[in-house]
Design a protein around this ligand. Structure first.
Ligand SMILES: NC(=O)c1ccc[n+]([C@@H]2O[C@H](COP(=O)([O-])OP(=O)(O)OC[C@H]3O[C@@H](n4cnc5c(N)ncnc54)[C@H](O)[C@@H]3O)[C@@H](O)[C@H]2O)c1
Length: 325
């Protein structure tokens, strides 16, 4: 290591490293085992909210000793960006040396955020979905609609996707793309209920709202289904949430913090966090007919599980730009 320089990885550089979703899932799962053993350090994320609305920029620091990973992600979500032709999620991640604290790398975090969120869904699905789950409903066919499908394909025999999106044409474009890319039969459905009822797994990935639209009603989610709520509980009516036999999240203190800000106003008791599920301290699915839900908020350990793999892979392949410190 040369302590007077750091590696800069642009958005393209990060993609060119070529990490697979399976590798990302393995590392995110290892991070959750570390968390379950009480070895990670991850203060709940502070945030600022420029220009009002649902805009946010969050600081997400974490240390995962077992993965020799330390650093921080500085990530923004600006819902109005779609109209500007800009990504909703953007930001940078700083990776530090765990022995010296020196910055090793600065990298774009768009790809990491997409992939690790899907990976966290997969870690939950391994424990909460029926292993034979093959039909996936996706509500919100954007970045997360894609990465969650990609991750679920790694851990479950997903063969059919029912795609729903409120924006005209988006679900059709998604269905055409993912049919080829992930070797699934993807169809567009024209009501949210068709992407929920009859599905083994449901992913909700529309906008996060403090005042949920509560579209998904009691009785829609089948017995035996697993739902991954990427958009907090924005899509679910509380009565539908309360049908869950096991309601899980990735980190309970972080969910409690979100509640103080007005999110997750009416949720069932929390069965377990992903660290408890990954270490087996709490059981996952116990009966085929259970309805299970994971509402993962997205954690700094997800990102810091992936960053060292990118740093190492980029060096092995000569990718990125070295900058003086
Ligand atoms: N939990 C986490 O770790 C985590 C991480 C990243 C993003 N997110 C959240 O995931 C969600 C999706 O993010 P993204 O990057 O995929 O955004 P995106 O803009 O790429 O996609 C969102 C899609 O949802 C569609 N949509 C809007 N309202 C809808 C509705 N009511 N029903 C169905 N579709 C609807 C939009 O048309 C768009 O296609 C956001 O809420 C984001 O905050 C969560």
């Amino acid at each position: 290591m040369n302590e007077s320089r750091l590696l800069y990885l642009s958005r393209d550089d990060v993609v060119r490293v070529g990490l697979t979703m399976a590798e990302v899932i393995d590392s995110v799962e290892a991070a959750f085992r570390e968390k379950g053993e009480g070895r990670t350090e991850m203060p709940p994320k502070p945030g600022i909210h420029p220009s009002g609305g649902d805009n946010f920029i969050h600081a997400m620091p974490a240390y995962i000793p077992g993965l020799r990973s330390a650093g921080v992600k500085w990530v923004s979500g600006f819902p109005g960006n779609a109209e500007r032709g800009l990504p909703y999620i953007s930001g940078l991640l700083v990776l530090n040396d765990v022995d010296t604290g020196l910055p090793l790398a600065v990298m774009d975090c768009t790809w990491i955020t997409a992939m690790r969120t899907g990976a966290a869904t997969a870690v939950a699905a391994r424990r909460l979905a029926r292993p034979e789950s093959s039909i996936l409903g996706v509500l919100g066919c954007g970045v997360q609609g894609r990465s969650n499908l990609e991750a679920l394909k790694v851990v479950l025999p997903i063969g059919e996707v029912r795609a729903y999106d409120t924006a005209p044409g988006v679900a059709a474009e998604y269905a055409a793309e993912v049919s080829d890319r992930f070797d699934v039969t993807a169809t567009v459905v024209h009501s949210p209920r068709e992407a929920v009822s009859g599905c083994d797994v449901v992913v909700t990935a529309g906008p996060i709202q403090k005042h949920p639209h509560r579209t998904i009603q009691r009785g829609w989610l089948d017995a035996g289904a697993f739902a991954s709520l990427v958009d907090y509980v924005s899509y679910f009516d509380p009565a539908a949430l309360h049908e869950a036999h096991k309601f899980c999240t990735d980190d309970i203190p972080q969910l409690r913090l979100a509640q103080t800000a007005g999110y997750f106003a009416d949720i069932p008791p929390i069965h377990a966090d992903l660290g408890e599920l990954a270490t087996g301290r709490k059981p996952g699915r116990e009966r085929p007919e259970e309805r299970t839900i994971a509402a993962n908020l997205g954690l700094a350990i997800d990102d810091m599980a992936v960053a060292p793999l990118l740093y190492q892979g980029a060096q092995e392949r000569g990718i990125g730009t070295w900058l003086p410190l």
